[in-house]
Ligand binder design. Structure first.
Ligand SMILES: [Zn+2]
Length: 256
């Protein structure tokens, strides 16, 4: 069994200092980065990976994002709301049978409150940390995103979560970060890395993120993902790399 189709659902853009994504590199250089969700058309029902920015920010950026509204200047339009992206390809929120969160940072959980009807797969370590993070690295968590009656389904380490869909624990950026390995009908595989690989340069240069819980674990996860991609002949899809995103097929077109 494998996933039938994959859709990349655009979810706006952020403007960040390059050194946040690549430790000590490109300081003072602001780069525009994409935010997106991934929709897997699984035989048992659609699965969503990550839930982007809080759509309330379209109307009221400061209320939704606080100081980030001015610092990171999220660019989000009404059509970027994941509910609208689903509707545009004929799906309702209630059609989603599972959500997988790579981690619980603010730019990956903004629409979580709309998905209380289905299991939300997250590493136990990530959930634990998100609710009580170490202060030095707490700011990317916005507790209002996940204090809802969410049906968390905890995983610890690697494992299948659906036919053709595995989670791979890739700690470092956060203590319980995970990536998602997907096998598509026809044989092709992808690894949606989340922020384990925000830019392809992280992987190429083996440089951790600037905002990492553990830089050492970040680098170990980079080597692990590189190896796994070679082993499974899988294509690595980074989370925030504009040059990769720009040429990727995006919804309503399926990823080819
Ligand atoms: Zn993150």
């Amino acid at each position: 069994m494998a996933v039938e189709k994959i859709f990349i659902l655009p979810g706006g853009f952020l403007n960040v200092d390059r050194s946040i994504l690549l430790s000590s590199m490109g300081m003072g250089q602001v780069i525009k980065i994409p935010v997106y969700s991934v929709l897997l058309m699984d035989p048992d029902g659609p699965i969503l990976i990550d839930l982007g920015l809080n759509p309330d920010g379209v109307q009221n950026p400061e209320k939704a994002w606080g100081a980030r509204a001015k610092l990171i200047k999220p660019q989000l339009h009404e059509e970027d709301d994941v509910r609208r992206r689903l509707k545009a390809i004929g799906l309702a929120v209630s059609d989603i049978k599972m959500v997988i969160l790579t981690h619980m940072h603010w730019d990956h959980t903004g629409a979580l409150r709309f998905f209380t009807h289905c299991p939300v797969v997250v590493q136990r370590d990530e959930h634990r940390f998100a609710f009580n993070p170490d202060p030095f690295i707490s700011s990317p968590y916005m507790p209002n995103h996940f204090h809802h009656p969410v049906d968390y389904q905890f995983v610890e380490g690697d494992g299948f979560v659906a036919p053709g869909v595995s989670v791979i624990k890739t700690a470092g950026h956060t203590p319980g970060h995970q990536s998602v390995l997907v096998r598509v009908a026809g044989g092709k595989s992808y690894i949606f890395t989340g922020d384990a690989v925000p830019l392809m340069d992280n992987l190429k240069l083996k440089v951790p993120l600037g905002n990492a819980y553990s830089a050492k674990q970040c680098v170990e996860s980079l080597y692990r993902l590189e190896h796994l991609a070679q082993l499974r002949e899988a294509e690595i899809i980074p989370s925030h790399d504009m040059s990769v995103y720009a040429i990727m097929d995006k919804s309503p077109d399926a990823l080819k």
